[in-house]
Ligand binder design. Structure first.
Ligand SMILES: Cc1cc2nc3c(=O)[nH]c(=O)nc-3n(C[C@H](O)[C@H](O)[C@H](O)COP(=O)(O)O)c2cc1C
Length: 264
């Protein structure tokens, strides 16, 4: 079977879950491509199964992934294929996997499994707490078990759609759309700043920003007003020069590589 795992990820969680799906499928002799929505420029074809993952933003799915479904997956050739959706979230209830299912179902795709994954919080400078190492390890172990269960269910032809209120899903999607027009695009300008004593103008954030929202002008980092609030820049800055709400942000180092290597 040929599988496309399609994801968007700011702080590494959704990527990490995609990677676990990939490792699991490779170990059971399937062909797998792990595809970042930011790097794909042509329609996806020739896959038997699509696994589509997104971070949760305001309880909904990232606009990047929803737009990608319409632009690069919607194709007559994919109509008879199977789909699995997942979202990663860090607190409370999340509805993004159901948002993705709704968009795919409207396009007449067959979504067999839709599940949330609770992950370490990469947005804790704005909301809730930073996770401890013990919590992070437990969350990553849970990912491995859940991925295995999801794929076992899929290969046993069992549907596993997480039950969620469709009314709440629609409300949260509408709220996220409204925030995407106002608060979110200005997030970096409003809440982020750079410690210029630490910044070495390495341009890593400029290159890695998924929406090209970061530039260097007059030897300083500046933000435009099309931020996604994905928190990638803060988490991956090699100098930890980013400040959030005027405070130094204590990074997780993206996907906690030391912990992940221990779990392998
Ligand atoms: C702008 C923003 C809004 C978020 N809103 C929620 C939310 O409503 N509920 C939640 O559980 N997590 C929320 N989160 C946390 C992320 O969904 C979570 O950490 C996710 O795993 C990040 O995925 P990534 O690491 O692949 O970017 C939010 C994060 C950001 C940056």
């Amino acid at each position: 079977m040929k599988v496309a795992i399609v994801y968007f990820s700011g702080t590494g969680n959704t990527y990490r879950v995609g990677e676990v799906f990939k490792e699991h499928l490779l170990s059971t002799n399937h062909e797998v491509d792990l595809i970042n929505v930011n790097r794909q420029t042509i329609k996806l074809r020739g896959y038997d199964l699509f696994i589509i993952g997104s971070p949760t933003y305001s309880k909904a799915a990232s606009k990047k992934v929803v737009d990608f479904i319409h632009e690069y997956i919607d194709d007559e050739q994919n109509k008879s294929k199977d789909f699995i959706t997942y979202i990663t979230h860090s607190w409370g209830e999340a509805y993004g996997h159901i948002t993705l299912k709704k968009h795919l179902s409207k396009l007449v795709y067959n979504v067999i499994n839709a599940q949330p994954f609770l992950m370490p919080n990469g947005f804790y400078m704005m909301n809730h707490e930073k996770n401890t190492e013990t919590e992070i390890e437990a969350l990553h172990r849970n990912v491995m078990e859940k991925v295995k269960n999801m794929m076992d269910a899929y290969f046993n032809s069992q549907s596993q759609i997480d039950k969620k209120s469709v009314v709440k899903q629609a409300i949260f999607e509408t709220m996220y759309k409204a925030l995407s027009k106002s608060w979110i695009p200005n997030f970096a300008n409003k809440y982020l700043s750079i410690d210029n004593k630490k910044c070495i103008l390495c341009k890593m954030c400029v290159r890695q920003c998924p929406n090209q929202n970061i530039k260097i002008e007059d030897s300083k980092i500046v933000f435009s007003d099309y931020c996604l609030a994905c928190a990638k820049c803060l988490n991956m800055c090699p100098q930890n020069a980013y400040r959030a709400n005027n405070k130094t942000f204590e990074q997780y180092n993206v996907i906690q590589p030391s912990i992940i290597s221990q779990l392998k």
